[in-house]
Design a protein around this ligand. Structure first.
Ligand code: UD1
Length: 419
């Protein structure tokens, strides 16, 4: 298994390009199941999760052509698609659940493995399923699979208890061909939800309200293929912003979607970073010592849970005490144990992590446990004394395109060792 070896101490200086957003590509790939195709998706990042989704689509009988070294995908889903998503693919990527809505919508049935237990909390899919039931689908759990049948989905009023991102996307995808109007209340407002709605509208769907708490979908009888450019990855961009701020760096982040990063920008500025929008990108400079800030994760537009671990890495060396509260997932502090092994002073109390900034942290062998936790260990390695060895980086490869190359080009001392 590959490892990353990082020698801490370098300031990050220079320019870096942000890739397309993983969490925006996957719903677009799922949307391609709604039509014969070919649907075109560009600005696709080269990531493990995209490869897994391609495999899943091909397994179901879709044609997936990769062009421009994978930057462009052309997806066709013929009528002969077998609407089944097997366990061995779904277990490696929870977002595979996104095929459920479009499959039921177009093929009237679906058999999709239940996503496995996930390390960052229970992460159930009950809201996806009750939504489909409200639309008239017959939903059963059989031998670890979600089995859904619906001769015809009907428009319905769906109100989420929690604004679920993939749940909102799944039900939008399900509703495009339904009879009549579907309303999703307490919908997720993430930019990736808006991007999916815009893509579906381009394909001929009738959707309004994406980006607000109420989304309306009027069923249509057909869609046509279209071409979609994936929005920049706000989490990757945010990770570079934090990296720059915490290394007292000076970086220009190109294709940085600052408008999607307001909550993070506010916290980084409070911690002493300077963030300026320039014609070429976003300039982030860090100041030292970092001032401690409190953080509470929330659904968008609140502070993103996907940036919590990276901010915690930054707070390990801040001046003072920082309280980090994880409100979205109940068990998303796996990075704490590893950061403590590097000398961080962190106490977890339920959903709160109390981080007491220390003068220095020291490099150590650490293990990645999930995607964003892995990023936090890399960031900690950038400011630690000596060498940090991050193992199990397949988690990082799921969501960050060439992270060692990008950080290396900014002057970080980081290399990948193949095993
Ligand atoms: C998506 C993102 C992930 C991000 C998360 C929260 C993708 C592919 N992944 O994940 O990177 O961390 O949003 O911003 O876009 N819940 C239920 N029942 C459900 C569904 C969700 O109780 O049926 C709960 C979850 O346990 C969690 C909360 O709702 O506590 C939000 O989760 P959700 O928005 O669904 O996360 P994902 O869509 O899986």
């Amino acid at each position: 298994m590959d490892k990353l070896i990082i020698e801490g101490g370098n300031r990050l200086v220079g320019e870096v390009q942000v890739s397309g957003a993983k969490n925006a590509v996957l719903p677009l790939m799922a949307a391609s199941l709604l039509i014969d195709g070919p649907n075109t998706v560009t600005n696709v990042p080269r990531l493990k999760d995209i490869e897994t989704f391609k495999k899943l689509l091909r397994r179901m009988g879709c044609e997936v052509a990769s062009e421009n070294k994978g930057e462009t995908l052309k997806i066709s889903a013929p009528d002969s698609v077998k609407p089944e998503a097997p366990y061995e693919l779904v277990k490696t990527m929870r977002a595979s659940i996104l095929v459920l809505g479009p499959l039921v919508s177009r093929f009237k049935r679906a058999r999709v493995s239940l996503p496995g237990g996930c390390t960052i909390g229970a992460r159930p899919v009950n809201l996806h399923l009750t939504g489909l039931q409200k639309m008239g689908a017959d939903v059963a759990i059989e031998h670890g699979y979600i089995v859904v049948k619906a001769a015809r989905l009907k428009g319905a009023k769906i109100s989420f208890d929690i604004p679920t991102v993939t749940g909102t996307e799944n039900l939008m995808l399900a509703a495009v061909f339904a009879d009549g109007r579907t309303t999703i209340e307490n919908a997720a407002r993430e930019p990736e939800v808006v991007a999916l709605a815009e893509a579906l509208v381009k394909m001929g769907a009738d959707i309004s309200g994406a980006g607000t708490e109420r989304i309306r979908v009027e069923g249509v009888s057909e869609l046509k293929p279209a071409s979609h450019r994936v929005i920049p990855d706000r989490v990757e961009a945010g990770t570079f912003m934090v990296a720059s701020a915490m290394t007292k760096g000076n970086t220009l982040i190109k294709d940085c979607p600052l408008g999607h990063l307001e909550a993070l920008t506010e916290k980084l500025e409070a911690a002493g970073a300077e963030i300026r929008e320039e014609p070429e990108g976003v300039n982030v400079t860090g100041d030292w010592p970092v001032r401690s800030v409190d953080i509470k994760t929330r659904p968008y537009p609140g502070f993103p849970t996907d940036m919590q671990a990276q901010m915690m890495a930054m707070m390990t060396r801040a001046s003072g005490l920082s309280v980090i509260t994880e409100e979205v997932f109940e068990n998303r502090f796996m990075h704490v144990g590893e950061l403590k092994r590097m000398g961080a002073d962190i106490t977890v109390d339920g959903r709160n992590a109390i981080v007491k900034g220390v003068e220095r942290i020291s490099g150590a062998p650490v293990m990645a446990t999930d995607l964003r936790a892995s990023a936090s260990l890399v960031l900690a390695g950038l400011v630690a004394d000596g060498i940090t060895e991050v193992s199990r980086i397949y988690h990082l490869d799921r969501g960050y395109e060439g992270i060692e190359k990008k950080l290396g080009s900014l002057g970080a001392n980081i290399k990948r060792v193949k095993r």
